[in-house]
Design a protein around this ligand. Sequence first.
Ligand SMILES: Nc1nc2c(ncn2[C@@H]2O[C@H](COP(=O)(O)OP(=O)(O)OP(=O)(O)O)[C@@H](O)[C@H]2O)c(=O)[nH]1
Length: 397
Amino acid sequence: MDFLDVPTVLKVSAVFNLMAALAWLMLAQTFRVAPRAARLMAAGHLLRIASQGCGECTAGWPLLLRQAVPAFGLLASVTLLTLALRHMLRSRQRVHDIAWVGGLGALGIAAGLASGSGLAPQLACTAGVALLSLLAVRDLVRGIGGQLSPVVTACMTLPFAALAALSVGHVAALLLLPGWGDHGLDGEPPTPARVVLWFVVTAGITLSLIALLIWRVISRIQHLTYRDPLTGALSRRAFEQALAEAQAQLQRGHGFALVMIDVDHFKRINDEHGHAAGDAALQHCVRLWQAGLRAVDRLGRLGGEEFCALLPLAAPQDLPTAMAVAERLRATLAAQPLHWKGVELPLSASFGVALPATDDPRGESGLARADAELYRAKAEGRNRVCAAPEFHGLAAA
Ligand SMILES: Nc1nc2c(ncn2[C@@H]2O[C@H](COP(=O)(O)OP(=O)(O)OP(=O)(O)O)[C@@H](O)[C@H]2O)c(=O)[nH]1
């Protein structure tokens, strides 16, 4: 790497880190996108500038400072990046493990500096960085593994895995290669290859976090577009889309059933306990029903207190199974009243079940039949399940 001189690479790296820090601060302050994670990222980048030094510029510093600044700076920078990643992933896991690794690493560095060893502070710092990057790899795989494709997950994880590998390699070199730990301490700059490698890994981590941020923003937009903001059930539009897709699948022999649901005497809850109680009742219903449905089932809010569940069926004409699911949802709600401001509000709902017709691309006739059954359930006294009795099997629209 004769064409690369270390001071130039360090300057490029410093400018990159500075620009990245400013960009994250702008995201945090102006656009309010993941503000806490963005501030942590900005601080991490600024600490990276301090920790990498610039070769000759630190040559005149006292030895203690030349050891302390890079070691503490790098460990703190990677600790902040790992914390930012966890925030970005909206992980429920607490940050104790990161704090422990960062804290123990810092103690190790301090103890090494106090003992006058040139090797110990570097060992403590690099081992800490290796552990933190492994935690980051684990967080990423857990956080996005099931939701994004394996290739995308691998690409986003790669920079953190590379940092772990680089750190483990550095620990091995410190322990096995005599004199390796003296690099930089006596004013001798690190090799260009090492500097470039660290720069590439830092840039890769930044790109990975930017990709994560974009994914988060897109997921949020999708959620706002496809979900009912009050209950989290599918919006009417998203449900109609799911229904049209299910109708297309029906042509290939994959059956489904429609369960139309309407909360009973819902107006009374609003009138007697206020609109907020009505909202809480709708959220309560959806929470219970979602818990009672499988991941492949779709629950949509068609409007007001009216919902519809789309249940894929193993056998296309299996109306009894759909009725059993509807009965389970009915019984669950009837058995679990809403507790609202110290008052117990009993809730119930009526259910209409129907199978779809084959020649009906938008599923309108299936919906109409389920709706007719729902109104029969209302007319027969509410809090019950009715299913199209005359309907045995698939029909033309
Ligand atoms: N709190 C709240 N109320 C809503 C919402 N959407 C619709 N409503 C109310 O839901 C009530 C629906 O009343 P109705 O259509 O008479 O139905 P019901 O009282 O449930 O009577 P039945 O369906 O016959 O059992 C109306 O008062 C609407 O204002 C909402 O998002 N939140």
